[in-house]
Design a protein around this ligand. Structure first.
Ligand SMILES: Nc1ncnc2c1ncn2[C@@H]1O[C@H](COP(=O)(O)OP(=O)(O)OP(=O)(O)O)[C@@H](O)[C@H]1O
Ligand SMILES: Nc1ccn([C@@H]2O[C@H](COP(=O)(O)O)[C@@H](O)[C@H]2O)c(=O)n1
Length: 689
């Protein structure tokens, strides 16, 4: 997951391959709760790992439910059988509506019938999301429920520690026109108290987001409770209903998450020779309402083929066909349509989406505001959006920094704007907000998208030994969310590989006929592998061996050979991958990435550098003297500067940074400021050179 303050998406050009989606949030949180309420043990497979499921898991554990992780995305839930083991708890539920609403209802009933008291709170936005209609229904039942802040909103206290008789004879009335989650919450909770009598729920107002109720009913059925539905107005939980664990259950992939990749397939030309984009984990027979997003992208012109537990999508009609659609049945996925509308042949209207206003943020206002930043004309009604497309010739598109409002769906759907025909980058602020439902969303996106190498930004740091290039490059890559190329490591690996192969890399031997060619060949076939922080040369883990001064000296000798440099050139250029690269070495800006957007030449006095290296080695427990280190680094610098192939020197247009008197953070800030300037042109990273 990208933990950066922002993520710059370079212009994207095509997409193809396979996407494996994470588990459905709606199903995961429902089945976690149901498994916890049931008697017996339930094994849940492919459970979503995200912020929203984490808060549900933490709450269930705080209530005394044992949940063991028994494999990747597999959990074993030891159900409580409807019996409280904790009579008091304070639960933090973040911004997860799928946790707050059902837990409120279930705990209110359990607290009232068994004598307990619980507090449920969330993040600030959760305390602005109304829950009054659900509380009214619980109060009708006779459950003590108290709002600890503003009436009708979390934080809440349910129960008062005493037992209360419930009024179950009369039908429970609940509003259905603000959020369908209130009805879901009651449906999930009431089987806890239906052993003796049937319980009816009557929905007041037109029920919105009906497909989510279908998910609830399907999950209840899996746990042994068959709810009788009379239209969408009345639901009856039969007397004697009781939760029974199904033993094991597989969670479908998230159909709302599929929408981003269905949309991607609709707008991205497939890469040459590919059949399109295959989305795995969910098929046309999904029980999730957002699968109907398929109808919407088909209406806009995409070809979608249903396969067993998968979808295959291809761009067909271009530009897309504008739509005028009632989106009440796909409220979450419909946000994706708002961005697709930018690529349509006329204005699109998304109707009946008033519920957007009470989601993670006011999504109607947020989408209108961010679409306008891209240059679109948008009309925002109380319950609709009308979106004018942007010209297919690229005129009118503006480079924008998309504010994401701590809303995962805003971040994910605006990623699609990176396919703009103007080929301008799109900045997504606070990309980690996708953790709510799809922590690896951007990694998944980059894995199936392609673009011209020239669009992938590169930031180069060159300079002499121990000037701090690696330290600076690592930090920059982390803050920008970019890949990192430590090019010196490749030369060090080659020096080590030569030693392992019995090739003498000392000066006289290197001049022997055939030696340079042999090293060039070795460089082309380097059996290198990166595993996290570990570097492998064939079967040997060599990370520590590579950092020795001897390895540095050997690297510096083999690096002077043109055959070696030529052999490693392509390998280094292959590190240029989405979303960007920070590369450090001696010739990053001069030879390997001459078109880099920003080139920095980093120096410090030889004495400072020797001292830093000394401290570095001491910290690793490697003995060295200052005098030896100074002599070594001066010899290396001299060889690097004086060689004929790719000598160490500032690249044309490079920014010079002498960090002798700077802290690491000051150097980082200086380069980020330069990077910001490079990126502030109307077309994104035009470069500083
Ligand atoms: N601005 C700085 N101020 C103080 N110390 C620094 C600064 N930058 C880096 N250092 C320290 O100097 C040491 C050497 O840095 P680093 O290994 O990043 O240099 P390098 O240029 O990548 O070296 P090499 O070219 O040999 O790989 C590290 O211990 C690092 O913490
Ligand atoms: N682009 C590069 C990077 C490194 N070298 C040579 O490798 C030696 C080791 O590099 P470190 O950055 O890991 O210390 C270095 O002394 C250079 O001779 C290079 O030539 N080009």
């Amino acid at each position: 997951m990208y933990q950066t303050a922002f993520l710059d998406l370079p212009p994207l050009m095509s997409a193809a391959g396979r996407v494996r989606l994470p588990g459905s949030k709606s199903i995961s949180n429902r089945v976690l709760l149901l498994a916890a309420l049931s008697a017996g043990c339930t094994t849940l497979h492919e459970v979503l790992e995200s912020d929203d499921t984490q808060v549900m898991l933490a709450a269930l554990r705080a209530l005394g439910c044992r949940i063991d992780a028994t494999g990747a995305q597999t959990l074993q839930v030891h159900g409580l059988g409807g019996q409280l083991v904790q009579r008091q708890a304070q639960l933090f539920l973040g911004n997860a509506g799928t946790a707050m609403r059902p837990l409120t209802a279930a705990l209110a009933l359990l607290a009232a019938t068994q004598g307990a008291q619980f507090e449920l709170a969330g993040v600030a936005r959760m305390h602005e999301r109304p829950i009054g209609d659900l509380l009214d229904a619980l109060r009708q039942l006779g459950c003590p429920v108290q709002c600890l802040g503003q009436e009708g909103y979390p934080p809440l206290r349910v129960g008062d520690g005493a037992q209360h008789a419930l009024r179950l004879d009369e039908a429970i009335r609940v509003r259905g026109d603000v959020s369908s989650q209130f009805l879901t919450a009651l449906l999930l909770a009431l089987p806890l108290v239906s052993a003796q009598q049937a319980i009816a729920i009557e929905v007041q107002g037109e029920l919105i987001s009906k497909p989510y109720i279908d998910i609830t009913l399907a999950m209840l059925a899996r746990f042994g409770v068959q709810v009788q539905r009379e239209g969408w107005e009345r639901f009856v939980i039969p007397a004697g209903s009781q939760y029974r664990s199904p033993g094991a259950l597989h969670v479908e992939a998230d159909a709302s998450s599929a929408s981003y990749f269905l949309a991607l397939g609709a707008i991205a030309p497939p890469s040459p020779g590919s059949a399109g984009l295959r989305i795995e984990g969910v098929g046309l027979d999904s029980i999730q309402g957002d699968i109907r997003f398929v109808d919407a992208v088909r209406a806009m012109g995409a070809e979608v083929e249903g396969q067993p537990n998968a979808l295959l999508v291809r761009r067909a009609r271009w530009p897309l066909r504008a739509i005028d659609l009632d989106c009440n049945h796909i409220p979450d996925a419909a946000m994706t349509l708002a961005v697709l509308a930018l690529y349509a042949d006329g204005p699109s209207v998304l109707r009946n989406i008033a519920s957007w206003r009470v989601k993670e943020t006011d999504r109607l206002a947020a989408m209108a505001c961010e679409l306008r930043k891209l240059g679109a004309q948008v009309e925002e009604g109380s319950d609709y959006l009308r979106i004018e497309p942007l010209p297919a010739d690229g005129s009118g598109w503006r480079s924008a920094s998309i504010h994401t409002y701590d809303d995962h769906r805003v971040a994910m759907c605006f990623a699609l704007a990176a396919f703009n025909p103007a080929r301008i980058k799109v900045r997504i602020e606070d990309p980690k907000c996708v953790a709510k439902t799809f922590p690896d969303f951007f990694e998944t996106l980059f894995a199936v998208c392609q673009t011209d190498a020239a669009h992938i930004p590169v930031l180069c740091i060159d300079g002499p030994t121990a000037s701090g290039k690696g330290t600076l490059a690592t930090e920059l890559a982390q803050r920008l969310g970019y890949h990192r190329l430590d090019s010196g490591l490749l030369y060090r690996l080659l020096g080590l590989a030569a030693e392992r192969a019995g090739i003498d890399t000392r000066a006289p031997a290197l001049q022997q006929p055939g030696c340079a060619a042999a090293l060039g060949q070795l460089a082309r076939e380097l059996p290198l592998r990166f595993e996290g922080q570990q570097v492998w040369l064939g079967d040997e883990e060599v990370s520590a061996a590579l950092r020795s001064e001897a390895a540095g000296m050997a690297a510096s000798r083999v690096a002077a050979l043109p055959e070696v440099r030529a052999a490693l050139l392509e390998l280094q250029r292959n590190f240029r991958r989405l979303p960007g690269l920070v590369a450090d070495g001696r010739d990053m800006g001069t030879v390997v990435f001459p078109d880099a957007a920003l080139k920095v030449y980093l120096t410090a006095s030889a004495e400072q550098r020797a001292q830093r290296r000394h401290l570095q080695l001491m910290a690793q427990g490697i003995p060295a003297t200052m005098a030896d280190l100074l002599a070594d680094l001066q010899a290396r610098d001299e060889r690097d500067r004086s060689r004929s192939a790719a000598p160490l020197k500032p690249a044309e247009g490079a920014r010079l940074l002498d960090n002798s008197e700077q802290s690491i953070e000051q150097s980082v800030q200086q380069v980020l400021d330069w990077w910001q300037v490079c990126n502030s042109g109307p077309n994104g990273p035009a470069g500083c050179l």
